[in-house]
Design a protein around this ligand. Sequence first.
Ligand code: PEP
Ligand code: MG
Length: 546
Amino acid sequence: MRRVFAGVAASKGLALGRARVREPHRLDVEERMVGEGEIDAERQLLHEALQAARRELNDMRDRVRGAIAHEVGEFLDLHAMLLDDPDLESGLDELIRTGHYSAGYALRLQRDRLVSAFDGIDDAYLRSRREDIDHVIQRVYAALHREPLPQVIGLAGEVLICEHIAPTDLAHLHEEGVVAIVTAQGSTLSHSAILARSLHLPLLIGAHEALLHINDGDALIVDTLSGHVIVEPDADDLRSFRDAEAGTRREKRALERLRKAPTRTKDGTEVRLWANAESRDDVAQAFSLGAAGVGLYRTEFLFLQRRELPTEEEQFLAYRDLVLGMNGRPVTIRTLDLGADKSDSTGLAIADEPNPALGLRGIRLCLAHPDVFADQLRAILRASAYGPVRILIPMVSHADELRACRKLIKRYTDELRKAGHELGEPPDVGAMIEVPAAALALDTLLPHIDFCSVGTNDLVQYMLAADRGNDALGPLATARHPAVVRVLGEIFRTCGEAGKSVAVCGEMASNPEHAELLLGLGLRDFSMHPSSMLEVRKAVREAALS
Ligand code: PEP
Ligand code: MG
């Protein structure tokens, strides 16, 4: 019988396939206590299971290659880090020793404790890390019972229906030819969602009803563009699907033809497309699509998912690779923007600020940690020896912050030169315009900077008092609000009059529907993930300014 279930798009796309339902994974372990004499044996079993799980992760790390190696490698590293956490093993050991629980039951208890701690965290990104805990514990549990880890048997042409999906499963499923995934849980901020988007694998999350009612073998249409999964589609559904699919294919082919085309409006205005790029693949793609340069490199990704701060040397190597990857085109390295929705595990960002989006984030955090900022600035300056670099300061609200940054950049430049380091041209210094105060008092900031980049994600959040991580606000948080549009127009005009270049690097710039509006307001520099570049180029080429 035809039925339609709703969900939320975590990775956009269309798919038609057979359902493969994976039973929701639960660690349904019987409560088993062990006698005093068995305790050591249980502890040993647990220790061996942890070792086996570590070995499995290492083997997988060695095996992943190709385009997905970078992303999958990051998830595997995170899982290895969770597994290596000494608190995990000592907590389990303690449960067995003092509670006399079996190793399996201790695992289940520890998992429940960790997950409930995550549930209480008021941070969508961190909350979504509970999935990682689940996957790690599941791996140890499987090792404990000497069973192979329940592999997701994904076959070509199938749609996987499951409670939630691990990033490592995703990579494997993609290789197997699974055409879409529908989950009951998950978040658009989860690692799985990020990976699904870069693999172009449609992922519909939050489809609780679908999980309850879909059976193995049902024919399904997954349409994450409209946020639906249709069970046993009828002839009309199939026709609409075929039409939509043909339309998508045509669009893709037409877009591919624009790879080498200039980004110019119908009436000849030149526009520059820059890339928001973090991974090596992003950089390579950006270069081949003719990006003017990297418009935004979010350095906080070097700090997330780890317990220790990256050293100056480590950062230098990452920035140098980025600069080399763009082969002479400028790269804009944004200084650390931790805090608010981007919390780390290094203890740098304050985890329990009462109002983190309005707290010690971005440049405020960096100026409060001069040693951390010094390592980063020195690393960026050293990378400038390999090609043109620009430094972008996030969350600026006062001119004093920019004065302080300028002073530090000068100081480290002098120190590095004195120490015999080769440095390139002095980097241009710019400010993210994402706090309303910075936008409205832009004239007070411009004397201290060479360029600016508008962070519409935060600007919209702060102007409209609409939390960017709260899906429930939906269309309220729109960059097309008249207040935002007015402020954007003002920013572009003020920069134009002062002869300072301005880009938009928030998501607004990657949406082709906004291209004409932004062009009309005076924007000529757009920065976006490379996957959006051809669509925006197309929109620019179809726009006319006069
Ligand atoms: C923004 O706020 O628009 C932006 C580009 O920065 P982030 O999304 O990293 O906060
Ligand atoms: Mg921002």
